[in-house]
Design a binder for this molecule. Structure first.
Ligand code: PMP
Length: 361
C-alpha cells in the first residue's frame, strides 16, 4: 500500500508528509555525508549540527528563554515520572500533584515511591472530565514543585491556560500538546514531553528546565537519572536516539516553514471545532470532557451503546479512518488530531459520523 490513510492514533502518531519525504530522500546518505543519520557517530560534526538544529528549532518555536536548558533524553515521559521527584523532591519536602486524568495518576504513583506527595486536586470523581478551578486546588506554598498534565491524552482534557501556582515551581507533562500552541515557558520550572505525538518518533523525550533548578539536585543520583549530567554533556553523556532527534529537527523546520506555533494553534482550533460541532449537533454523540477544557489534540466521545462504538470503529477503519478506538481504560472513541493531522481527515470523520448516525441513530 502506498496510499496514506487518515491516522487518528494517539501516539506514535501521524508525522508531516514533507518530513517523511525528506527523511526518505536522505535515508541512504545525508547530503554530502555518504552515510545515513543512523550510521554516523553521535559525536560527529554532522550530528552536532543536527542536534543543534533540533535545539534551536524548539528554542525558536517555543521562545525558550536563555536560562532554560533543552535536553533530549530516553525512557519516555514515563521515566520523567521518576526523574522529576528523584531530582527535585527532597527528603524533608513534599510535592503537589494535580490530577486531571490517567497520566497524572501515573506520575503521582512514581513520585510516591520517591518521597512525600500530596494530591492538590483530583478530578477522578467526575471521571476526569475537566480541570479544577483555583479554589478547588489545595496548593502548599512550600511544596518542592507542583505537577500538572497540560493535556490528558486518554480523557481528552486540556488546561486552556496554565494554573497560577504562585511561587512554587511548576512542572508540566506536555507529551500530547507540546508545539500545538504558543505557551509562556517562563511560567514553568520544567516541561517534559515524549516526542511521539507532535515532535517525532518515539524514543526521544524532550525536557526543558530552568537553570536554577540544577542546584537542587541531590548528590549521588544514578548518573543517567541526573539532569545535571545531561545538561553538562549536552544530552550526549551516552548515545542518544540520533534518528529521533533528526526527525524532530525536521519537524521543527516544517513548523517554522508553516508559520510557527501561532499558525499551528489557529489550525488546531479549527480542526477541533469541526469535530466538537459535529458532536454537539446531536444527542447521538456525547463529548467526554467539559466544554471549556476539551482538548484540541485528543477529541473523546461516546455513542449511545458500546456495541455501536465497536461498529463505529470497525466501519471507520474499513473506510481508511484508522485508530479511533478509545484507550482501553476508558473505552469510547478518541480522535487524536495532532499538528500533522490534515484537516481533510477531520472533514472525512465528520462526514462519516453524520452518515453513521443516519444509519444507526
Ligand atoms: N504522559 C502523557 C500525557 C502521555 O500521553 C503519555 C503517552 N501516551 C505518557 C505520559 C507516557 O509516555 P511514554 O510512552 O513516552 O513513556
Amino acid at each position: 500500500m502506498t496510499e496514506r490513510i487518515f491516522n487518528f492514533s494517539a501516539g506514535p502518531a501521524v508525522l508531516p508528509v514533507p518530513v517523511l519525504e525528506e527523511a526518505q530522500r536522505d535515508m541512504l546518505s545525508l547530503p554530502g555525508v555518504g552515510m545515513s543519520v543512523m550510521e554516523i557517530s553521535h559525536r560527529s560534526k554532522t550530528f552536532d549540527a543536527i542536534i543543534g538544529h533540533a535545539e534551536a528549532g524548539l528554542r525558536e518555536l517555543l521562545k525558550v528563554p536563555d536560562n532554560y536548558h533543552i535536553l533530549f533524553l530516553q525512557g519516555g515521559a514515563s521515566l520523567q515520572f521518576s526523574m522529576v521527584p528523584m531530582n527535585f523532591l527532597p527528603a524533608d519536602g513534599s510535592a503537589d500533584y494535580v490530577l486531571t486524568g490517567s497520566w497524572g495518576k501515573k506520575a503521582l504513583k512514581e513520585a510516591k515511591k520517591v518521597g512525600a506527595v500530596s494530591v492538590a486536586a483530583t478530578m477522578a470523581d467526575g471521571g476526569f472530565t475537566r480541570v479544577p478551578s483555583r479554589d478547588e486546588m489545595s496548593l502548599n506554598p512550600h511544596a518542592a514543585y507542583v505537577h500538572i498534565t497540560s493535556n490528558e491524552t486518554i480523557e481528552g482534557v486540556q488546561w486552556k491556560r496554565e494554573p497560577n501556582v504562585g511561587d512554587v515551581p511548576m512542572v508540566a507533562d506536555m507529551s500530547s500538546d507540546i508545539l500545538s500552541r504558543a505557551i509562556d515557558v517562563s511560567k514553568y520550572a520544567l516541561i517534559y514531553a515524549g516526542a511521539q505525538k507532535n515532535m517525532g518518533p518515539s524514543g526521544v523525550t524532550v525536557v526543558i528546565l530552568r537553570d536554577d533548578l540544577l542546584q537542587r539536585i541531590p548528590e549521588n543520583l544514578a548518573t543517567m537519572l541526573d539532569y545535571k549530567v545531561h545538561v553538562d554533556n549536552k544530552s550526549l553523556y551516552n548515545t542518544p536516539n540520533t534518528w529521533g532527534i533528526y526527525i524532530l529537527s525536521l519537524v521543527c523546520k516544517w513548523l517554522q516553514g508553516n508559520g510557527g506555533l501561532g499558525a499551528m494553534e489557529r489550525e488546531n482550533e479549527k480542526k477541533a471545532r469541526l469535530l466538537y460541532e459535529a458532536i454537539d449537533a446531536t444527542d447521538f454523540y456525547r463529548g467526554h470532557a467539559d466544554v471549556d477544557c476539551r482538548s484540541t489534540m485528543n477529541v473523546t466521545f461516546r455513542l449511545p451503546a458500546e456495541e455501536l462504538e465497536k461498529k463505529f470503529v470497525a466501519e471507520s477503519t474499513a473506510q481508511g479512518l484508522d485508530g479511533l478506538k478509545g484507550h482501553r481504560s476508558v473505552g469510547g472513541i478518541r480522535a487524536s488530531i495532532y499538528n500533522a493531522f490534515p484537516r481533510a481527515g477531520v472533514e472525512a470523520l465528520v462526514s462519516f459520523m453524520k452518515d453513521f448516525e443516519r444509519r444507526n441513530g
